[in-house]
Design a protein around this ligand. Structure first.
Ligand code: ATP
Ligand code: MG
Length: 490
């Protein structure tokens, strides 16, 4: 039951309110006697003074017993909780009305009496209680003069022994009952209000937790669906939490899909690699075994043929391994690029020159259309060399005899675009989206030498240069591969 956040908050609120109420009652009980004492003393501020003015209590420093007796009688009847004392100028008791043995001190301290008379005191002023040595009490006092001469004091202890028991009674009954009832009522009201408020505030947290749980159960496949309450209108932390979780869930789904795709393509790649390695390796091994076993039975011509085929397969193997290594190095996120400024026209001329003989042997025309305009780019020259090699090599390989391959540069304000165009049948529209994939080779070309990695390597290199290779191909009209590079500043 106390697992929900709102229940925990209510319990905390209850504990806090209880603590507050207990401190309030404790404090009130501690301070109430002080308040009652002050009230009592203020109400009887003039009591002693009025009596002194009314009665002639001392005559020539002698106690007027008659007058005192009438005061004792009068006051005791009207208010039994007050005790009256006549005191000399040193604080010594001269007269009082009490049963024998009740009065325990014969002298009282006059300092509180002076404070009381000075009118600058802070109430309550506590003075000695002649009947109780252990505590002081509030009093009313007045000085008694006879023709300007101080004769003594009238000292009236307010709230005597009877009053003590009244305060105690009060503490244990009426006030306490009122306070406790007030505390219980406020506690219930605050708890009810708190319960409703906390339920309202924590409802969204509860719903968020439920949505998260659903997301987990869905194996991170479906993004978090948040109820309408998370409309961002309140803009508080819970709303922010909701939208952050929503974004996070979408990102997690994306990452999971990416990982799954990567895993699939990695599996495909391993299958392709092992197939592509196994085929030439098996025929290489087959030809070498035949040579070894039948070396005497084979003619010179056959032997030469077998050696040539084995050599061709070993070359293919070496190329495949080298290209795989190259691609995996380039796919590393931190592949270092060695940028430098160089002339693209010169690079195109150099690479084309390298392929000219091969093109002629195949009966093709390889021409370069380069303007005299300076065409400097800033890139990794070694890698751009590889791109050009791959694209020109492809153009020659996939153009039938009698065709034409041309390499040109398009120079605009910002970029230099290298175009490699070849005549021929072109690439079918359905093959175009796949030709940059690893190991992808168009069906009709699978009998030709090749690994299907050349374009994947070239595209990755251009990606590292924040550019990409575009291809345009129309059936029977040939194919154009192009890639732009930014002008270098110098
Ligand atoms: N200029 C082109 N004209 C027609 N088809 C092309 C051209 N360039 C590439 N292709 C097609 O795209 C496929 C992928 O090319 P890619 O260069 O990646 O591999 P490959 O040439 O088969 O092998 P290699 O790894 O040796 O380069 C080729 O098999 C070919 O079918
Ligand atoms: Mg190729």
């Amino acid at each position: 039951m106390f697992k929900r956040l709102s229940s925990k908050l209510i319990v905390t609120l209850f504990a806090l309110l209880l603590l507050m109420s207990a401190s309030f009652i404790g404090f009130a009980l501690w301070k109430t006697p002080m308040f009652l004492q002050e009230l009592n003393q203020r109400l009887n501020l003039e009591l002693a003074d009025n009596i002194v003015k009314e009665k002639n209590l001392m005559i020539n420093t002698q106690v007027n017993h008659e007058a005192m007796q009438s005061v004792f009688m009068g006051l005791m009847l009207v208010n039994p909780i007050i005790e009256v004392y006549l005191v000399d100028t040193q604080g010594g008791l001269l007269a009082y009305s009490a049963p024998k043995g009740v009065v325990k001190r014969q002298t009282i301290d006059l300092v509180p009496v002076q404070q009381f008379l000075s009118k600058e005191q802070h109430f309550p002023v506590l003075g000695n209680d002649p009947r109780d040595l252990s505590r002081d009490k509030v009093f009313s006092a007045a000085a008694i003069y006879d023709k300007q001469n101080l004769q003594g004091y009238l000292y009236i202890v307010l709230g005597g022994q009877a009053y003590d028991s009244v305060v105690e009674l009060l503490q244990s009954s009426y006030m306490l009952r009122i306070w406790i009832s007030a505390v219980i009522v406020s506690l219930l009201v605050a708890l009810l209000a708190g319960f409703m408020m906390f339920r309202h505030i924590t409802r969204r947290v509860h719903q968020l937790a439920k949505s998260m749980e659903k997301f987990k159960q869905s194996d991170f496949q479906h993004s978090i669906e948040l109820p309408d309450r998370f409309n961002g209108r309140s803009g508080d932390e819970i709303d922010q939490l909701g939208s952050t979780f929503h974004e996070m869930s979408e990102r997690i789904i994306h990452q999971v899909k990416l990982l799954q795709n990567n895993d699939t393509s990695r599996r495909e790649m391993v299958a392709n690699v092992s197939h592509d390695l196994r085929t030439p390796l098996a025929s290489l091994q087959g030809y070498l075994e035949t040579l070894k076993l039948k070396v005497d039975q084979l003619s010179d011509e056959q032997r030469q043929d077998y050696i040539d085929i084995a050599y061709k397969h070993s070359k293919r193997l070496r190329k495949l391994i080298a290209e795989l290594f190259e691609l995996s190095t380039l796919e590393n996120q931190d592949a270092p690029l060695h940028y430098e400024s160089f002339s693209m026209s010169e690079l195109v001329q150099d690479v084309s020159q390298k392929f000219r003989l091969e093109a002629e042997n195949k009966g093709l025309v390889l021409c370069t259309a380069i303007s005299a305009q300076p065409a400097f780019v800033r890139a990794d020259i070694g890698l751009i060399h590889r791109v050009l090699e791959n694209l020109i090599e492809n153009a020659i390989k996939y153009t039938p005899a009698g065709g034409k391959v041309s390499v040109s540069l398009l120079i605009s304000d910002q970029t230099i675009t290298t175009q490699i165009t070849n005549t021929g049948q072109g690439i079918a529209a359905e093959d175009i989206p796949h030709i940059f994939d690893r190991f992808y080779r168009v069906e009709k070309h699978r009998n030709l030498d090749g690994t299907g990695l050349g374009l994947a390597i070239a595209q990755r290199i251009m990606q590292l240069h924040n550019s990409r290779i575009e291809v345009q191909s129309r059936t029977n009209l040939g194919t154009t591969f192009s890639f732009p590079l930014l002008h270098s500043v110098s």
